[in-house]
Design a protein. Structure first.
Length: 115
C-alpha cells in the first residue's frame, strides 16, 4: 500500500502548480481522497477532499476558488491544481486515502511560494 506525491516545487506568488498522488496496492476507487498541508510550526490542516464514488468535493476556506481537487480512477491518481498561489500556501502537502476500514498517508511534497 503506497501513496506517492509529486509536482511540488518553488513557484512565484500568483503562479500555479499541479500536485499528483499516485496510489499503489489498494482499490483506489473505493477510497475518499484528500490533500492536507503542514507549514513549519503549524498543525496539519485539511485542504481539499473528494469523495467516492460520487466525487463530491469540499475545500478549506483559505483555498476556495484557487485550488481544485480531482481524481482519475482509471489512473489511480488524485490531483490538486493550485492557482493564484500565495506565500502562505507554502507547506508540505500530503495526500490521504480514507474509508471506514482505515486511512493512510503519502510521504509529502514540498511547495514553496516565494519571489
Amino acid at each position: 500500500v503506497q501513496l506517492v506525491e509529486s509536482g511540488g516545487g518553488l513557484v512565484q506568488p500568483g503562479g500555479s502548480l499541479r500536485l499528483s498522488c499516485a496510489a499503489h496496492g489498494f482499490t483506489f476507487s473505493s477510497y475518499d481522497m484528500s490533500w492536507y498541508r503542514q507549514a513549519p510550526g503549524k498543525e496539519r490542516e485539511l485542504v481539499a477532499v473528494i469523495t467516492n464514488p460520487g466525487g463530491s468535493t469540499n475545500y478549506a476556506d483559505s483555498v476556495k476558488g484557487r485550488f481544485t481537487i480531482s481524481r482519475d480512477n482509471a489512473k489511480n491518481t488524485v490531483y490538486l491544481q493550485m492557482n493564484s498561489l500565495k506565500p502562505e500556501d507554502t507547506a508540505v502537502y500530503y495526500c490521504k486515502a480514507a474509508r471506514f476500514t482505515g486511512s493512510f498517508w503519502g510521504q509529502g511534497t514540498q511547495v514553496t511560494v516565494s519571489s
